[in-house]
Design a protein around this ligand. Structure first.
Ligand code: TXA
Ligand code: MG
Length: 357
């Protein structure tokens, strides 16, 4: 049975959920990006339950979420000391300290050498671990009260889009997890930026809620992501692929997602698909509302890119609920948070083997 609590009005719920985590159970909780499905990161049996609840392949590593490390202002050193991170080179340590000071808690995940207390199942056997400190009062309260690092992927079924509300979590995982902490809709709406500091130079493996320019302002220019024409991390890297989810179809609604270059193309493609008997839904921005008036079903994502990021996954899920065959959306300029939005639209719309979640 899955127990749902509104953590905004039931303060005792977080203490209860923290005990569930300590006992090896599964708790879905809000972060500033998307909802996570958390388990005690140092307990391999608990982590195994995350993979089976999500039906996620064991070769896709999880992010370890950490809270403030005993009030230590230098949390990177504390994480090394706790055996969550392994021995960092001076260069890695320098970058990680600056980035953690600038952006933690926040939507930045750092890939660093794995510490010996992190069981291999968390990192899919790799010698690196992804860590982040989420910027959400309920997530931080859960981490502080449980007193352990929490391994958490997004709280959706394998291959599906990430949840941005507690209802999305229940739609995917009701009956498969112990607790859902409702903290309302997540403010950023798109996953964290994953930055690999074990590569030289560092590489953004997944664009996300923290924009590239902010990272570059702290550690200097980053190379472009080594991507192929479809926007997936390019093969040809000598190392094993770091994240199976970065390579193939991911973040996908059930309906087919298509990205149009212009509003005119969006409307024309809709007409052509409907003439073939297909049911078509539109995801539009505020500035497209006038041109798309009367074309239903339609979901307005918002006026600025921040709103588009916040509402994108809810829009994709709404179209799936409406039972459309094809979802049409206009392309977004890959600048600022647009880099992450554009990445998710590409992954959701291109074929390839369905992969992680
Ligand atoms: O915003 C977020 O990051 C959310 C919230 C819950 O924190 N979490 C999230 O987790 O999106 P997940 O599991 O859906 O995505 C984690 C990504 C995957 O692409 C995974 O392959 C990558 O991080 N990753 C995890 N550990 C890694 C590692 N050691 N090396 C490279 N990539 C790693
Ligand atoms: Mg995910």
């Amino acid at each position: 049975m899955t127990r749902l609590f509104d953590a905004r009005v039931e303060p005792a719920a977080v203490a209860f959920a923290a005990e569930v985590i300590r006992q090896g159970g599964l708790v879905a909780f809000p972060t500033e990006t998307v909802y996570g499905l958390g388990a005690h990161a140092l307990d391999p049996d608990a982590v195994a339950r995350v993979f089976s609840a999500k039906q996620r392949l064991l070769n896709d590593p999880l992010i370890v979420h950490v809270g403030f490390a005993d009030g230590d202002p230098d949390c990177i050193a504390a994480l090394e000391h706790q055996g969550i991170l392994g021995a960092l080179t001076d260069h890695q340590e320098g970058m990680a300290r600056k980035l953690a000071r600038a952006f933690w808690p926040g939507p930045l995940t750092l890939v660093l050498p794995r510490g010996d207390r992190i069981p291999p199942i968390v990192t899919a056997g790799q010698d690196t671990v992804a860590v982040r400190m989420p910027n959400h009062p309920i997530a931080l309260d859960l981490l502080r009260r449980s007193g352990v690092p929490i391994a958490a992927p997004s709280a959706n079924r394998f291959g599906h889009v990430s949840p941005t509300t507690a209802q999305h979590v229940l739609d995917d995982l009701a009956g498969r997890i112990d607790v859902v902490l409702d903290g309302g809709p997540t403010p950023i709406g798109i996953e964290s930026t994953v930055l690999d500091l074990t590569r030289t130079p560092p590489v953004i493996l997944r664009p996300g809620g923290l924009i590239r320019a902010a990272i570059e302002a702290v550690i200097g220019p980053l190379p472009d992501r080594p991507v192929n024409a479809d926007g997936f991390l390019a093969a040809g890297d000598a190392r094993p692929q770091p994240s199976p989810g970065l390579l193939s179809r991911h973040y996908a609604p059930r309906a087919e997602l298509r990205v149009a270059r212009t509003t005119a193309e969006l409307i024309e493609t809709r007409r052509a698909l409907m003439s073939r008997g297909l049911k078509v839904g539109l995801l539009i921005t505020g500035s497209q509302e006038a041109e798309c008036a009367g074309l239903t079903p339609v979901f307005t994502l918002g006026r600025d890119l921040e709103s588009v990021a916040r509402n994108l996954y809810a829009g994709l899920r709404a179209m799936d609920s409406a039972g459309v065959d094809v979802i049409l959306v206009s392309e977004v300029e890959a600048q600022g948070i647009g880099e992450a939005i554009s990445d998710r639209l590409k992954r959701g719309s291109r074929g390839g083997p369905a992969s992680t979640g």
